[in-house]
Design a protein around this ligand. Structure first.
Ligand code: 3PG
Length: 210
């Protein structure tokens, strides 16, 4: 496996729930709800102290390809992969994170917001990037403008996207998957609203199949 083969790991999964999970006890019912809604992949952000434990529990679920998000350091990348992360996502471009993931043989997806950052990723041998934060930066119009000069690059737009904006992104052939937290928010987890998570996930998955 190359360090960049996210498409191979995701295996057709186009909806990426981005998860921030404070309490590891909710990880198993969360994985159940996402899988029941038809999700096949998920990103556990390293924004909470127990993120590695959450990732480990969700990876053990078996029904989901689970990666790590908000990975800011090489040390976090290592912890994520030890916990079972199948891919690593970063909000920006960090050479140490990319180098460590390449050593570990795990696909790494740096966040980019400009053509210059995209060219850095290409120079590092990567062909898949996270367009972040997609909506505040310009949404579908930005994606189309940025994708045009870089044939072969695949994008995972994330940031400010909800169900209403999904189809616009997914319609672009350069989009590998769309990420977002709207399907499973910290509010859902606090309330124990796993039925709501399942419903929102199913809606998104259904929309992605059209
Ligand atoms: C991320 O880390 O990818 C984003 O915080 C997810 O963006 P959203 O919360 O706006 O969906």
């Amino acid at each position: 496996m190359t360090g960049t083969d996210l498409a191979g790991v995701l295996d057709g999964c186009r909806i990426m729930p981005v998860l921030t999970v404070p309490d590891p006890v909710t990880a198993a019912p969360l994985a159940d709800a996402l899988a029941a809604g038809g999700a096949r992949c998920a990103e556990v952000t390293f924004r909470t102290p127990d993120a590695a434990q959450v990732l480990k529990t969700m990876a053990a679920h078996g029904g989901l390809v689970v990666g790590a998000g908000t990975v800011l350091t090489a040390e976090q990348a290592e912890r994520a992969v030890t916990a079972g992360a199948r891919f690593v996502v970063s909000p920006g471009y960090d050479g140490d994170v990319i180098a460590r993931c390449s050593e570990l043989g795990v696909p790494v997806v740096p966040g980019i917001a400009t053509a210059t950052e995209l060219m850095r990723a290409l120079a590092a041998g990567l062909d898949t990037v996270k367009l972040f934060p997609a909506e505040p930066l310009g949404g579908g119009a930005l994606l189309r403008a940025l994708a045009a000069p870089f044939p072969g690059v695949r994008f995972v737009p994330t940031g400010g996207i909800g169900l209403d904006r999904l189809s616009d992104y997914l319609a672009h052939p350069a989009v590998l998957a769309v990420g977002g937290s709207w399907m499973a928010t910290p509010g859902h987890l606090e309330r124990g609203d796993f039925a709501g998570i399942r419903r929102l996930t199913a809606e998104a998955v259904e929309r992605s199949a059209r």
